[in-house]
Write a protein that binds this ligand. Structure first.
Ligand code: SF4
Ligand code: SF4
Length: 382
């Protein structure tokens, strides 16, 4: 239990006394404890490990917490030693003591939900009684393995979209290749049985990486009955062969998020350089066909994503209609946040013509349907 003794048990001994929690997450809610450091493990493209994403955490120099910006690197230390390493235990200790200030960014929506007592408590489904027992028993040492793993893989991508925030390139660096090898060929195969949610959301494209492809191809050989797999992709390499890999595995559920950003080929070509509209449409049509034949047995949820920007703002409502025709379960609209193409970011410039078009699109009746997620665009009108 390396380093655990360095962290006093604080108020934990009395945390569950005289309190009747009917669900384990209520224990976290009652004590304003963010469950993330107790359930989640993120590995970024260079192998650096954390439990929270970049925008969720901060470290003003005066607090001297910079060393907690990374808990270590998956290429240098084992999964188990990182999961209960000194740094993550320090992070947990601060969370258990509600010391969020200066460590957790105000941009972290989970922090707001926890501190405001919101019923939308994060990771409700991932915390179990064993987590509560482990906290009461061991404090910052977590006996349970991570239930949620986010694997970023590498920044390499088959496309070179003009507005890409990830600075994706078609070249996989040696460092990324090493990280991918350890992550997809060693760590995930060994621990997949203990992971309940695996999110493969690379800064680049998941199906562009050989090691990720191999892992997904042989997913059927692993114990994945309890696994929900979340995959974010641009869809071009999501060929019928790859869909078959996923379909033939035992995974409990697949959440597929396909970034499209256009309702027509003309607009797609302007935004998603290197992509082929006909290939994307064919791949999406194949998934729809397999679902219609009930091959997925309700084990799949597909979302088509659209980042609103100057070249596509006039296609917002049509995109929702297209997604419905393609059999998507949800369509998710986000506002453009990139800095590379300021002329496309009318949310910052408040270009009156673009803002007026956005208003017009949001008034379309299809945009009010419950499966259309456009709150972020609506908020940008304020
Ligand atoms: S409040 Fe946010 S930044 Fe802090 S531990 Fe939770 S998820 Fe991470
Ligand atoms: S598909 Fe995504 S990661 Fe790839 S270049 Fe486009 S925006 Fe970047």
């Amino acid at each position: 239990m390396r380093g655990a003794q360095a962290h006093p048990r604080v108020h934990l001994d009395t945390l569950i006394d005289n309190q009747a929690f009917t669900e384990p997450w209520m224990f976290f809610q009652e004590h304003r404890i963010c469950p993330v450091p107790f359930v989640r493990f993120n590995v970024d493209s260079g192998g650096s490990v954390h439990c929270c994403c970049d925008i969720e955490r901060e470290s003003p120099p005066e607090l001297g917490l910079e060393s907690l910006q990374s808990f270590g690197n998956i290429c240098d230390e084992s999964y188990l030693s990182l999961w209960n390493g000194d740094k993550i235990m320090e992070w947990r200790w601060r969370v258990l003591n509600n010391k969020y200030e200066g460590m957790c960014s105000d941009a972290c929506s989970k922090k707001h939900r926890i501190l405001s007592g919101s019923p939308l408590f994060p990771h409700k489904d991932l915390v179990t009684w064993r987590h509560v027992e482990s906290i009461v028993e061991h404090g910052v040492y977590m006996a349970e393995l991570p239930g949620f793993v986010q694997a970023k893989g590498s920044r390499a991508c088959n496309l070179h979209c003009r507005m890409c925030r990830a600075n994706a390139t078609t070249r996989i660096t040696d460092e990324e290749s090493k990280t991918n090898g350890i992550l997809f060929a060693e760590v995930l195969p060994e621990y997949i049985h203990s992971i309940r949610v695996l999110e493969i959301a690379p800064a680049g494209e998941v199906f562009f990486h050989d090691q990720a492809n191999r892992f997904l191809e042989f997913l059927r050989d692993y114990d994945t009955e309890n696994l929900s797999l979340r995959v974010v992709t641009n869809g071009i390499l999501l060929t019928p062969r790859r869909v078959t890999w996923l379909e033939e595995s035992d995974i409990r559920f697949l959440h597929l998020n396909v970034s499209v950003d256009a309702a027509t080929e003309e607009t797609y070509k302007k935004i998603r350089l290197g992509g082929k509209w006909d290939v994307l449409m064919r791949n999406l049509a194949y998934i729809k066909e397999r679902r219609q034949k009930r091959c997925w047995n309700n084990r799949i949820h597909t979302t088509l994503s659209f980042v609103a920007q100057a070249p596509n703002v006039h296609e917002i409502a049509d995109f929702a209609r297209m997604a419905r025709a393609m059999g998507a379960d949800a369509v998710n609209f986000q506002r453009f946040g990139g800095v590379h193409m300021p002329s496309w970011n009318f949310f910052v410039s408040r270009d009156p013509v673009m803002m007026s078009e956005l208003r017009r699109q949001l008034r379309d009746p299809v945009m009010s349907e419950p499966w259309v997620l456009a709150d972020q665009l609506r908020r940008s009108l304020d």
